[in-house]
Design a protein around this ligand. Structure first.
Ligand SMILES: NC(=O)c1ccc[n+]([C@@H]2O[C@H](COP(=O)([O-])OP(=O)(O)OC[C@H]3O[C@@H](n4cnc5c(N)ncnc54)[C@H](OP(=O)(O)O)[C@@H]3O)[C@@H](O)[C@H]2O)c1
Length: 225
């Protein structure tokens, strides 16, 4: 039997984050508002990182809210395969991720209506089914490795997807761009969302590998233990 945990891409989680650990101004707000305040050097780091990976993954709600392109624009280099877990294949046909001349894989579940799948395929997306209800992330990563040749991948959020990726132990490293702001808000999305943990045994332990400045932004890099 194939060990699907071991035949998967190396995964880097990268995020822009406020001092209070938030990813955006308030629930439902686009993170592009915060990203405007990144230093130019950090933007270059983000695009260089995208150019170094074979695939980039974000959740379907980030696509709905941020309407991201997920392409390499600020540096020379090839844009990676864009991967969107979207159980019901219901992202907007106007989503920027379906344009730009870069391949996009929409990972759906068995719950996705056939007409939605056909519609996305007609927009040029590659659509594949992984799992019954929500997208089965370990299966998706195994397929990215085996079927799409993805050896390195980055994930750019949001917190719901980050949580499930961390929970399934599919993240190897974390790179954070710290933005010097506090936004507050009990329900403002933070780096990792989802259910709370019940005890310290469930904390995900990290080891700080690097810290440096990118223009005015502190960057920290962690290994997930
Ligand atoms: N600062 C940053 O770096 C940054 C980066 C990204 C996002 N953000 C912010 O984060 C917010 C959006 O985050 P979010 O937590 O609401 O949504 P999200 O994590 O972007 O997307 C979650 C959605 O992905 C789909 N999905 C499919 N299979 C899944 C699985 N196995 N596990 C988890 N998700 C699965 C689900 O919707 P389906 O029903 O489609 O399956 C789920 O609701 C936005 O405000 C955005 O601006 C910030």
């Amino acid at each position: 039997m194939t060990d699907i945990q071991n035949s998967r891409p190396f995964v880097l989680m990268m995020s822009e984050i406020t001092v209070d650990g938030k990813l955006t101004l308030f629930r439902g707000a686009s993170s592009k508002i915060l990203m405007k305040y990144m230093s130019h050097e950090s933007e270059i780091l983000l695009h260089t990182t995208r150019a170094e990976v074979d695939a980039i993954m974000v959740g379907s709600r980030t696509i709905a809210i941020d309407n991201s392109f997920l392409t390499v624009r600020l540096v020379k280099g090839k844009s990676p395969l864009r991967v969107i877990p979207n159980s019901r294949a219901d992202i907007s046909p106007d989503a920027n991720v379906l344009s730009g001349g870069v391949p996009t894989l929409i990972a759906v579940s068995e719950k996705a209506p056939v007409e939605n799948i056909r519609f996305l395929e007609a927009r040029g997306a590659i659509v594949r089914t992984y799992g019954k209800d929500k997208v089965d992330l370990p299966l998706l990563l195994h397929s990215l490795y085996e079927d799409f040749g993805v050896k390195r991948m980055m994930i750019e959020g949001g917190p719901t997807l980050n949580r499930q990726m961390i929970k399934a132990r599919l993240i190897d490293e974390i790179r954070l761009v710290h933005l010097p702001f506090i936004v507050g808000g009990d329900d403002t999305p933070s780096l990792v969302g989802g259910d709370r943990i019940e005890s310290e045994d469930e904390m995900v332990r990290l080891e700080l590998k690097e810290h440096y400045l990118c223009g005015s932004n502190l960057i920290t890099e962690y290994k997930v233990l």
